[in-house]
Design a protein around this ligand. Structure first.
Ligand code: SF4
Length: 281
């Protein structure tokens, strides 16, 4: 059975061309301090939830902050190695944006984020499943695998996100990630969740805040998800990769995308020649 991870699927949904570079050719070219920062916050709260599931309390806020700083430091060590490996392929603009991203600012906003989480949300969350692995068959010999961040004892899935911009409520009901989590939850527990909650920590050095959106269930049903999983796998098999962003999109900019130089090369050569060049003989 072919296995596809939830994050691979989300990569294709967000950018099919990114899938080509990352999963077809195995090229890793997106070292970013903000990704390491998000990872460290995620690790910190996952650790807290796991403890809280065991003892009902979790770790105190001071310990969570310390854990976060340590996790971020470790992740930054990986970042330095990843950046060096990708440096020859990254644009000047990308490198200068990364250089301008100050570690002290990221630490400060992370600490503020942890503080606000403990103050506003922690008391309401009673973790049940934490970082629980799931898998479900998607037909045609495909299996989807992934992990649910956390569910609470009321059977609500919590997807915890950190962001720097205020999120939009409209997005949650059509969010493919939540639709897949719903099926993942069903595969673990045999029932559907009571609700799905997207809990955002909106990070800022001054006033980090919590924004939550909850829905009983996503708009996207099981049949649609399975159809889409199959369509993505079929498209990737048939080498259907394209850029779906409008011109001038910040996503496809020299500053943001680590694949910008490959993107330009693909545009110049065309898919056939590009594939021939990068496919290992
Ligand atoms: S340059 Fe644009 S289309 Fe290409 S991988 Fe980056 S975001 Fe996707």
């Amino acid at each position: 059975m072919r296995q596809v991870s939830f994050s691979q699927l989300m990569t294709y949904v967000r950018c099919p061309e990114h899938w080509l570079f990352r999963y077809k050719f195995g090229l890793k070219r997106s070292p970013k301090k903000v990704f390491k920062h998000g990872f460290a916050l995620h690790e910190t709260l996952a650790y807290h939830f796991d403890q809280k599931k065991k003892d009902g309390k979790g770790i105190p806020v001071a310990e969570a902050k310390e854990f976060f700083v340590g996790a971020f430091q470790n992740a930054l060590e990986d970042y330095v190695i990843e950046l060096e490996a990708a440096r020859p392929f990254l644009t000047r603009e990308y490198l200068s944006k990364e250089k301008g991203m100050k570690v002290e600012d990221l630490v400060e906003s992370g600490l503020k984020g942890i503080e606000v989480y403990y103050k506003k949300l922690n008391q309401y969350i009673k973790p049940d499943l934490v970082e629980e692995a799931f898998e479900f068959p998607a037909g045609k010999g495909i299996k989807v695998v992934g992990r649910i961040d956390m569910t609470d004892k009321q059977g609500v899935i919590h997807e915890l996100k950190t962001t720097r911009k205020s999120p939009n409520k409209q997005d949650i009901r059509v969010d493919p990630q939540l639709a897949i989590y719903q099926l993942g939850y069903h595969s673990i527990t045999g029932k559907y969740p009571k609700a799905i909650s997207k809990d955002y920590i909106v990070l800022s050095k001054k006033d980090s805040k919590i924004v939550r959106f909850q829905v009983a269930r996503p708009f996207v049903d099981r049949a649609t998800i399975l159809r889409n999983v199959n369509a993505i796998m079929e498209a990737a098999n048939r080498n259907i990769f394209y850029c779906l962003h409008p011109a001038e999109s910040w996503l496809c900019s020299k500053e943001w995308c680590g694949y910008y130089t490959l993107h330009q090369e693909l545009k110049k050569l065309g898919l056939q020649k590009f594939m021939a060049k990068y496919t290992k003989k």
